[in-house]
Design a protein around this ligand. Structure first.
Ligand code: SF4
Length: 380
């Protein structure tokens, strides 16, 4: 996850470069339940409104949570499916809060209603993230349900009315890119705390011409709009936190933008970006799915490291007998192709390895989702 606003502040108000604190443990994204009331087109869990067998029971969830706490996991992101469909979501959330985790809820927002907002507020989630894939009909089409945009917006409003920090997660595709300027306006008009722009994490095709490819051009244009909005918001003291996900090349693209717009700040921003260090799947980001299987992140459901019913997370996570985990934890990673020769590996860390695996059949091959042209990865 690339915290754009944080680095934009370094452009406007640089802070000293002091040694970074190492996270005590990975952030755990936990898909508590696969059931969902929607069937979104880009859903990575291919959820449906049915019960999925073999899911962790609530006592099992509590046992895992104790282990995560002892392993010094700082953050739990409770997700699904739709986590609000879990019959014990509030009991589980409260237990997580009592154990001292930073607890976030990742929801589609349609089930945040007048009926449960008091319970949601009583948990004091540090953050509630709600997905929007465009405005009105665009969103409804993605979500395959008429009225879901209005329902999600209502959920956001209820959160805000109850002083719950709420944000929007937007997954960029060629079908909703036309709504992107309107999404920026929506964030501003509704004074939304956080905007998470996620790149679609599908494999796509390999060996594309990066200069001519429509999707890469689209991504570049969107990122430039995002940088400009972020700059404007930061300059005007508007507090909309912007983060991006699933494409760590965003950070390198940002560095080139800073070099063009604020050349005096480029060295400082570069040092800060290197300190951040790019992709952290398998290191500082972990996933537990609804069945208790542990994965290097949410897009690795086809690669399981172990199951928390059989082995504690605290033993599974540091185990590098799994070659993918061994490589992910290596610094630098054993990257090949463009990523292997890129001058910005220490900022991007080879981006999203699951895309390389899907397209090239080789986890360490170049990331086919890198939208930077050769001059941008080889210039210094
Ligand atoms: S070539 Fe690879 S390491 Fe370099 S910016 Fe692109 S994705 Fe990142």
């Amino acid at each position: 996850m690339f915290r754009l606003s944080q680095f934009m502040r370094e452009v406007l108000r640089p802070t000293p470069l002091i040694p970074a604190r190492k996270p005590s443990g990975p952030v755990v994204i936990w898909n508590l339940i696969r059931r969902c009331n929607l069937t979104c087109k880009h859903c990575y869990t291919t959820s449906a409104d049915i019960d999925f067998p073999g899911e962790l029971s609530t006592p099992e969830i509590f046992t895992v949570m104790e282990d995560l706490k002892n392993f010094k996991v700082p953050v739990l992101i409770l997700s699904g499916g739709e986590p609000l469909l879990h019959p014990n979501i509030f009991e589980i959330s409260q237990r997580a809060k009592d154990l001292g985790f930073y607890v976030a809820l990742s929801s589609n927002g349609t089930l945040v209603t007048e009926q449960n907002i008091q319970q949601i507020a009583a948990i004091h989630y540090q953050y509630v993230g709600i997905s929007l894939d465009g405005i009105g009909a665009t969103h409804d089409k993605f979500r395959q349900k008429v009225g879901s945009f209005e329902a999600s917006m209502h959920g956001i409003k209820l959160c805000r009315d109850h002083d719950i920090k709420a944000g929007v997660r937007f997954t960029l595709t060629q079908d909703n890119v036309g709504d992107f300027p309107a999404m920026l306006q929506l964030i501003e008009a509704h004074d939304i705390d956080k905007f998470y722009v996620s790149h679609l994490n599908y494999g796509g095709r390999g060996n594309r011409n990066r200069r001519d490819d429509a999707e890469f051009q689209m991504t570049r244009a969107v990122m430039e709009q995002l940088f400009e909005a972020c700059l404007r918001w930061e300059q005007n003291g508007l507090e909309h936190e912007i983060v991006t996900g699933n494409n760590d090349a965003d950070a390198v693209f940002f560095l080139h933008w800073v070099r063009a717009q604020f050349p005096d700040r480029a060295d400082h921003v570069q040092a800060k970006l290197e300190q951040w260090g790019g992709n952290s799947s398998g290191v500082n980001v972990a996933n537990i799915d609804n069945l208790g299987n542990v994965h290097p992140d949410t897009f690795w459901w086809h690669h399981t490291l172990g199951n928390v019913k059989q082995r504690p997370f605290s033993e599974i996570w540091p185990d590098i007998t799994d070659p993918i985990m061994a490589g992910l934890k290596q610094r630098p990673r054993p990257l090949e192709g463009r990523c292997g020769t890129c001058h910005y590996q220490n900022i991007c860390n080879g981006n999203t390895r699951v895309r390389a695996q899907q397209v090239h059949g080789n986890v360490w091959a170049e990331d086919p989702g890198c939208y930077l042209v050769d001059e941008e990865i080889y210039s210094t």
